[in-house]
Design a protein around this ligand. Structure first.
Ligand code: UDP
Ligand code: MG
Length: 314
């Protein structure tokens, strides 16, 4: 039975990471012991179908610091982190990926930054080790998000982050059905800061994000934290209407000077298709928001915890 209240909580979402967990333990433990502070490590097993949960359970016996939130299905990385936040007790809470892309050795750097008085410490991935496609897509998303939300964060995607207890308490009060934790934390931060951290290739297994789920995640980020997409759309509608009015006027005048026009029918089709495309896109954006509102009003549980394992819970 652990009596000391942890000072640092490490939060790690796990989804089919059996190949990484031993290495993660081997590197994380010495770092945490090295801080000399009481700590806890909270894993959320996000419905893994491999041996991840068994490996983690095996660790709870001789590691009183380890706790596991067991989900009864796959609810996604961000829900997994939120569930761990709810049971975390540390003054400082640090999120980390299980695949060792975020080196645990960087944790003391984040802790030091929080101790300087910052309440959210983000991280910027140095020499990011991902595919070219992921890096370019991520760069675009980072720029678009900064513009749309007005939040100043260099790298939204990096999950190696530290939060002060006050921020965690605020996040724990949120009930939104889909979210993006770094952005959510940023909305509560009064003194955010960023540090540069190393980034490694995924050690074992494959990314748990398909192209589709990445697109979904980025919609969560964009529509969850800003209504700029809707506003841009309204703006575009107004501009188009003005142009078409000018065009109609031009055709009207032309009719008197040159006569009625018949050529360019297919050009007209091209223009028409372009605008039909834009219109469908617009309906899609509205749909994103409506869908989100629908999710919110249903008020279903965001995730379902089957059991919490660990010394202090048994
Ligand atoms: N993850 C999760 N649930 C999911 C997808 C991912 O808990 O549905 C965890 C995963 O085990 C890892 C972290 O979230 O610890 C980041 O996932 P991944 O490395 O696949 O993402 P990437 O690094 O490719 O962005
Ligand atoms: Mg990864």
């Amino acid at each position: 039975m652990q009596t000391l209240k942890p000072y640092i909580s490490i939060v790690i979402p796990v989804y089919n990471e059996e190949g990484n967990l031993e290495n993660l333990f081997a590197r994380l433990y010495p770092v945490m012991k090295g801080t000399g502070k009481p700590f806890e490590i909270i894993f959320t097993d996000d419905g893994s179908r491999d041996r991840s949960l068994a490996i983690l359970k095996g660790k709870t016996a001789d590691h009183p610091e380890v706790r596991i939130v067991e989900f009864n299905g796959n609810f996604g990385q961000h829900m997994a982190i939120l569930a761990a936040f709810e049971v975390s007790r540390g003054e400082i809470v640090i999120t980390l990926d299980a695949d060792l892309q975020n080196p645990p050795e960087e944790i003391p750097k984040l802790v030091a930054e929080i101790e300087k008085g910052h309440d959210v410490v983000g991280s910027i991935r140095q020499k990011r080790q991902d595919t070219f496609f992921r890096k370019s897509a991520s760069r675009m998303v980072n720029i678009a998000t900064r513009k749309m939300t007005g939040m100043k964060m260099t790298d939204y995607g990096c999950m190696l982050r530290a939060y002060h207890r006050n921020i965690i308490n605020n996040i724990n009060q949120c009930r939104e059905a889909s979210t993006f934790i770094p952005a959510l934390a940023q909305t509560f931060a009064s003194s955010p800061s960023e540090v540069e951290v190393a980034h490694a290739e995924r050690l074992e297994g494959e990314s748990k994000y398909s192209l589709y789920s990445l697109v979904r995640l980025n919609f969560d980020l964009m529509t969850g934290f800003s209504v700029v997409p809707l506003q841009l759309f309204a703006l575009f509608g107004i501009i188009t209407a003005l142009f078409s009015m000018a065009f109609a006027l031009f055709l009207f005048v032309r009719r008197f000077i040159i006569g009625a026009e018949v050529e360019g029918v297919f050009t007209l089709f091209a223009i028409l298709f372009f605008f039909v495309g834009i219109t469908i896109f617009g309906i899609g954006i509205v749909g994103e928001y409506v869908g989100r509102i629908y999710q919110e009003v249903r008020r279903r549980p965001r995730y379902v915890v089957r059991k919490i394992h660990g010394a202090i819970n048994e």
